[in-house]
Design a protein around this ligand. Sequence first.
Ligand SMILES: Cc1cc2nc3c(=O)[nH]c(=O)nc-3n(C[C@H](O)[C@H](O)[C@H](O)COP(=O)(O)OP(=O)(O)OC[C@H]3O[C@@H](n4cnc5c(N)ncnc54)[C@H](O)[C@@H]3O)c2cc1C
Length: 450
Amino acid sequence: MERLTDIMGIGVGPFNLSIAALLEQVPSLTSCFLEHKKEFIWHEGLMLPNTYMQTSYLKDLVTAVAPESPYSFIAYLVRNKKFYRFLNTEQKTITRAEFSDYLSWASKQLTNVKFSQTVEQIEFVDDRFIVTTNQGQYQTKHICLGTGKSPYIPTEIKPYLGDNCFHASEIGLRNIDLTGKRVVLVGGGQTGADVFLNALRGNWGQPAQLDWLSRRANFQALDEAAFSNEYFMPRYVEQFYHLDEAVKQQEIRAQKLTSDGITSEALLAIYQELYDKFEVQKQRKWVRLLPHRTVNAMSNTTNGFKLMANNTLTGKEEHYAATVVILATGFESKIPNCIKALTPMLDLSEGGLLQLDPNFRVKWSGGQDNHIYAVNAGLDSHGIADPQLSLMAWRSAKIINDLLPVPAFDLFENEHVIQWTNDDSEHDCEPASAAQSVNEGIAEKTLSMA
Ligand SMILES: Cc1cc2nc3c(=O)[nH]c(=O)nc-3n(C[C@H](O)[C@H](O)[C@H](O)COP(=O)(O)OP(=O)(O)OC[C@H]3O[C@@H](n4cnc5c(N)ncnc54)[C@H](O)[C@@H]3O)c2cc1C
């Protein structure tokens, strides 16, 4: 058995990698991060040509809390001798391929990350966690779960999964050929858009028919407006945590397009491609875009499948024939199998999910001095930013600070004029004296100018 470490990360996606990178500058804590894959690769199955990040490259592993870290995206550009050329490209966002390369570059330098380690079981014995992998056993005081999300497959489609019906997250791992096939793509978010554009461009062969169904009211854009981006700020998340549960759910629904919409660039690329194919080249109309369709049943046919969808505009049921069904139906949170032994000690939500405290500690009744942290598990508690990269570095710093007697990272923020709740401000809602003096100031100036 390996030596006792302070914290062990289970799974190394970007979120736990960020913690691993920041921990390098905290020598008082020992750490080890275990990843099942042989090397770092980010959402390999969805690494499609010309797919771009939804977030700025400055929202990297470390910059937001430790701009001096050697693991920033800027450091990656400099160390890989492409800084000036990168600037010349004038990109606001980078490709997913480059982001993955950056993360892989960082992972190779970190001494606290171990690959080819599948965590099979985690038990709590006396005052420590015993972590069993395919390679051996480890012991640690605290763990941080970072195993990501699982592809979401609607129940009515599950029985049909196979070679010709699969989740989009596998598309890059399969050797698919859509030539001459009737393809139905389900799901109108960013992944649906990325798959649609690639299929439209014939990157997997020329389909006979391509139908894109979405239950959304239209092919809706990512809301990236300045004020919408306030939801991706530490201050907002900290206040969100304390809202009433019903209000939280209502806000998460209302804010959906700030993270789940399609980038304007992808929408425009699709629109332009459609224009070129059907208005300029005058191709046969082999594509249909079908918003307001909720798939509610599926069946086998002699040639493939039939999908039944409700058109929420007309209330009528419609049928779609398919030889291939691709599901861009998103991802869901699940409790990782490796923590089954801990389940009796976990304080789970009504929906059977982990519950987190403000510092991302999982609520449980095991050792008081042993913490389970979880990243990408706090949508319901911490809001819409939790599954996104925007606050990754901040959350990592918060977790590390929580482990230390004295915080290693300064997370203090200046007060902002946007006040989500009254608790947001130390002042009253109407600071009479301050308002008065501002007005007086203006009056004085006006008088002197006159
Ligand atoms: C295609 C795609 C694009 C996205 N683009 C953006 C974007 O542009 N901006 C943004 O803000 N967000 C984006 N997201 C959302 C989010 O940022 C990513 O999903 C991110 O990868 C989540 O990181 P993670 O570390 O939680 O999980 P993951 O990246 O899923 O990593 C989890 C890791 O855990 C490992 N693992 C699982 N079980 C075990 C085990 N038992 N033992 C060992 N290892 C294990 C897996 O192999 C995996 O490497 C995107 C999501 C997807 C799917």
